[in-house]
Design a protein around this ligand. Structure first.
Ligand code: KG4
Ligand code: ZN
Length: 405
């Protein structure tokens, strides 16, 4: 069967057409076309995603991308398709449409849903609403090109989803069963990266920028934190991370000396690391960076890199620590790390070290870490074959911004 999948939950408009066969355990996918349009350049000006602007761009891009995707699949043979308002388009061989219906920005989600509904009605095919987070969990099994099959997987699976909107630890006893066992109480990981980057006047999205600075410093071997003559480093992270480190009072923060000594002194808390549950919190860490920057005043490039390095270390340490704790408690056989932040090199390295060789650790390929419609097509197909008889009426499908797994 041929699936057309649509993703518009945030600032990426994406459409995929795939040929799919097989059942839940042995599905085989072949990408026929995969096209997308990132709005990052447009949102950079605002330092974050501006929902109404995202909506406008999705509305503009969807018909263009559909035209490109259909042209790539060469259906119908040799004909150039024009998808314009009011024009009729015969079903070019699509059997099923999958669309993200949440979580995400509602105005953005609606654009994809309205578009998908129109096509599904015109082409008389079922429409499957897909939970974007389920897509991220399946993304490590996908490929951005060619053919791929869902391999045999040992359960239970633990998924760490880290993106601009989410930070969640999810337990799966079997395919398509999800239980959230931990999540962020405030900012998502990617959001914290973006906000800290903004404090240092780095462009949006901040995650890759912070990561670049931190990696460069690591590679240059400059991260040696000095003789600690100021006595700040000798205070263990424990001191700055109380049981539930949410919002630090300035007195809990490391004493920050003059800029000249900064290299030797930057230390940030590892939030919630000693809490007994699997929840996260990044707003305290973000506030700690804010106080630090206020005290320092003007940041030079070296100071920015030092802050980026310590911030990234703090975030990654926390994510890895909680994941390993959950892995042990739930006797996990496979660990998945997915979502936009999962392409972070330091996170990948540290997670590999911590998980060890006995447990399977899966990351998506780089092209599938961020939002994409391949993962939506995969999730759409698996849901369709699982619930064939319970396909929702097209008119009952609604955008659900705060949808949970
Ligand atoms: O999954 P995604 O593309 O969109 C959402 O659904 O949110 O994730 C985007 C987030 C942004 O916050 C971005 O800064 C972050 O992922 N990100 C990174 C890196 N690349 C992207 N964060 C840390 N390190 C990276 N290398
Ligand atoms: Zn996402």
């Amino acid at each position: 069967m041929r699936i057309l999948s649509i993703e518009t939950s945030c600032d990426d408009t994406a459409i995929t057409i795939m040929e799919v066969k097989g059942g839940l355990q042995n599905a085989i996918f072949k990408i026929l076309a995969n096209v997308s349009n990132s709005q990052i350049k447009i949102h950079t000006e605002y330092g974050g995603v501006y929902p109404m602007l995202a909506k406008r761009e999705h509305i503009k891009n969807l018909p263009i991308l559909l035209g490109q995707a259909l042209k790539k699949t060469k259906f119908p043979k040799g004909r150039t398709l024009r998808i314009q308002k009011g024009s009729t388009l015969k079903n070019p061989g699509i059997d099923l449409i999958a669309v993200t219906y949440g979580p995400g920005l509602e105005p953005a989600l609606w654009t994809g849903i309205v578009f998908a509904k129109e096509l599904a009605k015109k082409w008389n095919v079922p429409l499957i609403p897909v939970n974007h987070m389920e897509g991220h969990i399946l993304s490590p099994f996908g490929k951005s090109k060619g053919r791929f099959a869902i391999p045999k997987i040992d359960f239970p699976i633990l998924s760490l989803l880290v993106s601009g909107g989410h930070t969640e630890l999810i337990f799966s006893k079997n395919w398509m069963q999800y239980k959230i066992i931990g999540e962020t109480l405030d900012d998502a990981t990617g959001e914290a990266f973006d906000k800290v980057a903004r404090m240092m006047n780095l462009p949006y999205p901040g995650g890759p920028e912070i990561s670049k600075l931190a990696e460069r410093l690591r590679e240059n071997g400059k991260q040696s934190l000095g003789d600690d003559s100021l006595g700040v480093l000798s205070q263990s992270p424990r001191k700055f991370s109380t049981e539930n480190f949410l919002c630090p009072s300035p007195s809990l923060l490391p004493r920050v000396p003059e800029t000249t000594h900064l290299r030797e002194s930057i230390k940030l808390p590892r939030p919630m690391i000693y809490s007994k549950n699997f929840d996260f919190s990044f707003s305290g860490l973000k506030t700690a960076v804010l106080y630090l920057i206020r005290k320092i005043g003007t940041l030079n490039e070296e100071t920015k890199s030092k802050i980026a390095l310590e911030f990234e270390n703090a975030v990654v340490e926390t994510l890895v620590y909680k994941t390993i704790k959950a892995k042990e408690k739930y006797k996990i056989k496979t660990v998945i790390v997915a979502g936009g932040v999962s392409c972070n090199k330091h996170l990948q390295r540290q997670m590999k070290k911590a998980v060890g060789k006995d447990i399977k650790l899966l990351f998506p390929e780089k092209e599938l870490t961020g939002d994409n419609s391949i993962m939506i097509g995969m999730a759409g197909y698996l849901n369709y074959i699982k619930n064939k008889k319970k396909v929702l009426k097209i008119d009952n499908i609604k955008a659900t911004g705060n949808l949970r797994l």
